[in-house]
Design a protein. Structure first.
Length: 309
């Protein structure tokens, strides 16, 4: 049954409404996802950001054999990220059940691979700090780190009732963001340690344009996917979340780092001012955190009924 003009007008007025006066309106209106971004749900947002960023830092540190970076990545993922998860969990003592559905649940897979990163990552750090190096262990940890970076996006993308999440571009964008953030942090550590930065900078010059492009493709894909997806994107572009999107994602998270990247081409790799590296790092992390917030906050459930009651 096609929506009437009256119904479409009503939908347009309600697409930015988050609180409904009648308990059954979730069946006909765009209803915001709140469990993972409101109240204690904010800890899920922070946990996903911290665990993936930590995995990204660890991945880049393994590539450049930087034990200090491995330690920083391990702490960000295993201490800060897991602490944020615990702050959200209502029954922490039941976490031992988390891996029990590994074959069917990305949450179980994520818990398992984060645990593996914690255990094997710690062993690898001991080996590296002792002056040794295991190529096999390094390869395994790079694979585990990639899975940790991708699992949160996979958890979101399997939500069929939320078009804002239900796309393969979500996990892809999360991986690119985590790798970019990890490269930025490792670059800063190399500067502090007096290590060569040219190799890390090449990664950033590749990842930043990729991240910018994937965000544009992602929003366009959601816009054309469904009416609910269009309402979610419209909320970012002209609704209550537009100030967060344009200031923290577009300006701070994309434009400033892209300008710094363009300026860096006037210098040989690794030779432009350190202050610009720091500014790019801060802006990049703010942008990564903000784009995740916007993706989770703007998500609407599909209404069950197409017409209003």
């Amino acid at each position: 049954m096609e929506d009437t003009a009256h119904t479409k007008s009503r939908r347009e007025k309600q697409q930015f409404a988050h609180v409904h006066s009648k308990p059954w309106e979730w069946m006909t209106n765009y209803t915001q996802q709140t469990e993972w971004i409101e109240g204690s749900g904010k800890f899920i947002w922070l946990a996903l950001f911290l665990t993936e960023l930590g995995a990204g830092i660890y991945f880049m540190s393994v590539l450049f054999t930087n034990p200090v970076g491995m330690l920083v990545g391990w702490i960000v993922c295993m201490v800060l990220g897991c602490l944020a998860f615990l702050m959200h969990t209502g029954h922490p003592l039941r976490l031992y059940r988390a891996p029990s559905r590994f074959a069917s649940s990305w949450i179980s897979r994520g818990f398992t691979f984060v645990s593996l990163l914690g255990i094997l990552g710690l062993i690898n750090m001991i080996v590296v700090f002792a002056g040794a190096h295991s190529i096999i262990l390094s390869v395994i940890l790079c694979i585990i780190s990639l899975v940790v970076m991708i699992y949160a996006g996979m958890v979101l993308s399997f939500n069929n009732g939320i078009p804002m999440w239900n796309t393969g571009l979500v996990p892809f964008s999360f991986v690119i963001a985590a790798l970019w953030g990890g490269a930025e942090v490792v670059l800063a550590l190399h500067i502090l340690q007096g290590l060569p930065v040219a190799g890390v900078e090449h990664w950033i010059r590749f990842l930043l344009p990729c991240f910018s492009l994937i965000i544009i493709l992602y929003l366009y894909n959601i816009w054309i996917s469904s009416d609910t997806g269009k309402a979610s994107v419209a909320r970012l572009l002209k609704g209550d979340l537009s100030i967060y999107f344009y200031v923290f994602v577009v300006l701070i998270g994309l434009i400033i780092p892209l300008l710094i990247l363009a300026y860096s081409y006037t210098y040989a790799p690794g030779t432009h001012p350190s202050s610009l590296y720091v500014l790019a790092l801060v802006c990049g992390l703010i942008g990564d955190l903000s784009v995740r917030y916007c993706i989770m906050k703007s998500a609407y459930y599909n209404p069950i009924l197409k017409t209003a009651i």
